[in-house]
Design a protein around this ligand. Structure first.
Ligand SMILES: NC(=O)C[C@H](N)C(=O)O
Length: 323
C-alpha cells in the first residue's frame, strides 16, 4: 500500500449544516478527520490538520504555508502522494499556486465537497476516497497538481469552479478532464503539457485583478499606482480587447514598470493581439501588455504574483507567460 499524506485545510467538506438555522458552518471536531479510518484499506494514511478555514479565508500566505509543509514532509518522510482537502470556492487557486511552486514528481491531489458532512447526498467522503485512489496511482506521477471531484481528474492549470452548488461544478473549459475514476480503476486519457516550477520563499508583492466592462473608466486603474500595486491582471473583452477609455492609463502604468497581464473574460479561449483599433489587442501588445496563455483571471493573478516574488523575476515572467 502507498503512503499518503492527507492534509486538511477546511471548507464545506469539514463543515456541518445546523438544524436550527440551516447555516453551513465550520465545526471544531472536523468531521472529515474522523473518516480517516475508512481510508485505511486503500492506503497508509498520515493525517494532518493544517488549518480549518472556509476557503474564502485562504490567502496566498496559507498557500505558501501549504507549499512549505509539503516540501518538508516530502524531504523527511517516505511519502508516495499527497491529498489536500480544501473549500471549493478558492480550491483552484491553491491547486494552481502549488502547481507552480512545489517541485516534485509525486502526485498532489486536491479535493473538496459541495455538500457538508451531514447533508443528504454528502459528497465529501466519496471525493476524498477518489482523491486517495488517484494519489496512490503510479499513473498520477509527473502530472503536476491534480483536482479530483465527482469522479473526474483535472489539472490545476485548467480546472475552474463553474457552478455555485452542483456537485459537478469543477470543469476544465479549455481542454476537459485528463482522467476519470470508476469503481475499480483510475484512468488517465490525457497527459498535461510540460510544466516548470518556480519555488518562492515569501510573498511581498501585490497584484490586483479587474474584470474589464463596457464603458470602464480609468480611475480605478490609476488608483492601483497610487496604492503601490506591483502588477495588474485585466480580464479583457473577447479575444483580448479593452475600451479606448482605459488605453492611456494602461500605457502610463506600464511606463512606471508595473506589469499588466491580460486574459479573456470569456469562459473559453485565449487573449490574443488580433484587433487593430484603439484598445484592441494590437494596441495593448504595443503598449507592453503581457498576454497570458488561456489562464483565467484568478490564476493569471497568482502566476504574476509568483513571478514577481521569484528571485529571477525576468526569467519567471518569460517562462510563465511565454514572452
Ligand atoms: N463547497 C465549499 O467548500 C464552499 C465553501 N464556501 C468553501 O469554499 O469553503
Amino acid at each position: 500500500m502507498k503512503n499518503i499524506l492527507l492534509i486538511h485545510t477546511g471548507g464545506t467538506i469539514s463543515m456541518k449544516i445546523q438544524a436550527e438555522t440551516g447555516a453551513v458552518i465550520p465545526i471544531e471536531n472536523n468531521p472529515i478527520t474522523l473518516e480517516g479510518e475508512k481510508l485505511k484499506e486503500y492506503a497508509n494514511i498520515k493525517e494532518i490538520e493544517a488549518f480549518n478555514l472556509p476557503s474564502p479565508h485562504i490567502t496566498p500566505k496559507e498557500m505558501l504555508l501549504l507549499k512549505q509543509l509539503i516540501d518538508r514532509s516530502i524531504q523527511d518522510d517516505h511519502i508516495d502522494g499527497v491529498v489536500i482537502t480544501h473549500g471549493t470556492d478558492t480550491l483552484e487557486e491553491t491547486a494552481y499556486f502549488l502547481d507552480l511552486t512545489v517541485d516534485t514528481s509525486i502526485p498532489i491531489v486536491l479535493t473538496g465537497a459541495m455538500r457538508s458532512s451531514n447533508e443528504v447526498g454528502s459528497d465529501g467522503l466519496y471525493n476524498l476516497l477518489s482523491a486517495v485512489k488517484v494519489a496512490s496511482s503510479d499513473d498520477a506521477k509527473d502530472k503536476g497538481v491534480l483536482v479530483v471531484l465527482n469522479d473526474e481528474i483535472h489539472t490545476a492549470e485548467n480546472v475552474t469552479k463553474t457552478h455555485a452548488s452542483n456537485v459537478n461544478t469543477f470543469q476544465s473549459p479549455q481542454y476537459g478532464p485528463i482522467g476519470f475514476i470508476s469503481k475499480s480503476i483510475v484512468h488517465f486519457h490525457h497527459s498535461p503539457n510540460y510544466r516548470t516550477v518556480f519555488p518562492i520563499q515569501s510573498i511581498a508583492k501585490r497584484v490586483a485583478l479587474f474584470k474589464v466592462y463596457a464603458g470602464m473608466e480609468p480611475d480605478l486603474l490609476a488608483d492601483c499606482v497610487e496604492l503601490g500595486y506591483d502588477g495588474i491582471v485585466l480580464e479583457g473583452l473577447g479575444q483580448g480587447n479593452v475600451p479606448p477609455s482605459i488605453l492611456p492609463i494602461i500605457e502610463e502604468i506600464i511606463k512606471k514598470d508595473i506589469q499588466i497581464v491580460l486574459v479573456s473574460r470569456c469562459f473559453n479561449g485565449i487573449a490574443q493581439d488580433v484587433y487593430g483599433y484603439a484598445g484592441g489587442g494590437k494596441s495593448l501588445k504595443k503598449a507592453g501588455v503581457i498576454f497570458a496563455q488561456g489562464l483565467n483571471g484568478q490564476k493569471a493573478r497568482l502566476a504574476l504574483l509568483i513571478a514577481l516574488n521569484h528571485s529571477n523575476k525576468t526569467k519567471a515572467m518569460e517562462n510563465i507567460f511565454s514572452i
